[in-house]
Design a protein around this ligand. Sequence first.
Ligand SMILES: *Cc1c(COP(=O)(O)O)cnc(C)c1O
Length: 422
Amino acid sequence: MIKQRDPDESLPAIGRDQEWPVVDGWLAVGGLPLTEFVQRLGSPCYLYSRERIDRRIAQVRDALPRDVELLYPVKANPLPALLQHIAGQVDGFDIASGGELERALATGMTGARLSFAGPGKTDDELAEAVSAGALIVLESAGEAHRLAGLTGSRRPRVALRINPPFELSPAAARMAGGARKFGVDSEQAPQVLGEIGRLPLEFEGFHCYPGSQCLDATAIIETQRATLDLAVELAAFAPAAPRVLNLGGGFGVPCFAGESPLDLARLGASLQSLTRDAAARLPGARLTLELGRFLVAEAGIYVCRVIERKRSRGKTILIVDGGLHHHWHASGALEGRRHLHFPIAVVIGHDSLVRSSVHAREVETVTVAGPLCAPHDVFAQDIELARAEAGDLVVMFQSGAYGATASPAGFLGRPPVSEMLI
Ligand SMILES: *Cc1c(COP(=O)(O)O)cnc(C)c1O
């Protein structure tokens, strides 16, 4: 579906589905041809569209019940301009390090709107988050005791992260069920809740994060229901009535061939009824979701340029100036899917000053590889693309999340990638 079969189409199907606009024959961001930005930033670069982020957040808000709180996990894309842009449109940020705490506070967001999760928070990070007024999501009994010992007269706000007996099985990244570094096993939770009650901590509720990058709405709905059941059961052992139940997120975006978009309308409808159940069974607790990639992945593209075009034993290989040191995710390595590839398109002609579209270009089978001296630095193998020459630009879609900061930037000593929110 994402192969470019029809040379009259300037974008592969996935690009068209997402309605990236074309201006003067070029893929455009914020109303301007992408060449404007490549001239300014050089190549490779990441370009993120404010308009597309806003549209996605509005879709999510429309689909979800009004009283479900929406947090943005900074991890998905921590570019300061992007955080600043999103800060006013979500209820808070999910942070997972002292560095993310600083970036979150730099947007002007108050500490009270931050939720700090993560299995290895240091004493310094905990102390800074408490003084900012953030909700600390405890991941172990040891952390509860450490936190209580740190903060003197202040009673830190805490939630307990539960490692449930179930997992989000279709998710590309599973983060619960079995033995995990995340959270407290549900069977240990009654005892840990008792300990929290004896410590100078302000208990606010529960957090559960079964997994990331799931495209199966039914599986997400089932784990959300199971999470509510578990929270109702554990509330009996809690030192105070829970005021928050963070259901996690896991809403995925299609990145690889054969994947289709998540059914947001169904999830929204199910959350309407879950919210009513929660109001009856866990009165006073607000439901929270943490959505990272779902808000930003489809708003970003990674742009790189063909450096060499070569033939090797019957195959054509395009060597581009961007590689896994910038976009590890697109190499399939992040989720162990190296045989798959992100949607890719060749977008334009020889240099950024010559405007020509790819209309009527011949299509060929190529491998697209990065410049690193590492055999796994390959973005796509044997795919159909419009014919590209050295100097042409290649775009990877679905690249707004887990791009630059989720990649091994120091590998092979190449320059860092530029990023811009437009
Ligand atoms: C990684 C993570 C997220 C964000 O996941 P996405 O797939 O980007 O939505 C949210 N919450 C927690 C606790 C995480 O670890």
